[in-house]
Design a protein around this ligand. Structure first.
Ligand code: G3P
Length: 217
């Protein structure tokens, strides 16, 4: 499973990247707003820092304008992945961009049929939003499971990028179902390593080790 970090905060991205466990980055207009940075500048910095795909989202809603914005974003770096909304114009742009050899991420996916369309449009990634479905008392993981079955039925190559991840349990469930990628906020990715028994066990080992008076040299 690939791990993407869902933020436009350079410091957080650099910290995650240093672990060697990061496979890519996703941004969106809300995350750019939160960063307080210029989209072109911050996206270029992210692309220079991280080897894997960096999703940058168009803000136009009509095909021709999406294509113009995509051309601007694609020039930022080779690892740019153009993020497009799951609308008919977004799918049309996805088809054109993937045919031109660009990486694409079709976002705001809330149904299996939408995911089917994204795959037919040749999307590199589809982003089903788990947390926002959970917010409406719909189990977001059911959507991931449905998409997995559909994509496997037809051998679609589009990768399932579980997004709107809010908890470590979301990460586990997505992995159990076989999502190809999760994108999560830095705090959620950092929380994956935590277990109280690990902390307790390590403290006990260190205390015993101190009693030996030895050092590993
Ligand atoms: O990757 C999509 C993500 O940014 C949305 O997350 O928590 O705003 O629903 P959230």
């Amino acid at each position: 499973m690939k791990f993407f970090v869902d933020t436009a905060d350079i410091k957080e991205i650099a910290e995650m990247n240093d672990t060697g466990l990061l496979d890519g980055v996703t941004t969106n207009p809300s995350l750019i707003m939160k960063s307080g940075r210029d989209i072109m500048e911050v996206t270029k910095e992210i692309c220079d820092l991280v080897e894997g795909p960096v999703s940058a989202e168009v803000t136009a809603t009509e095909y021709a304008d999406m294509m113009k914005e995509a051309a601007v974003l694609a020039k930022i770096a080779d690892n740019i992945c153009i993020k497009l909304p799951l609308t008919m114009d977004g799918l049309k742009a996805c088809k054109a961009l993937t045919s031109d050899g660009h990486k694409t991420n079709v976002t705001l996916c809330f149904s299996a049929n939408q995911a089917l369309l994204a795959a037919k449009a040749g999307a590199t990634f589809v982003s089903p939003f788990i947390g926002r479905l959970d917010d409406m008392a719909v189990d977001g993981m059911d959507l991931i499971a449905d998409i997995r079955i559909i994509y496997d039925n037809y051998d679609f190559k589009t990768e399932i990028l579980a997004a709107s991840i809010r908890t470590v349990d979301h990460v586990k469930q997505a992995a159990l179902i076989g999502a190809d990628v999760v994108t999560a906020p830095p705090a959620t990715l950092k929380a994956l390593v935590k277990h109280p028994l690990t902390d307790k066990g390590l403290a006990a080992f260190l205390a015993d080790w101190a009693k030996t008076g030895q050092s590993i040299t």
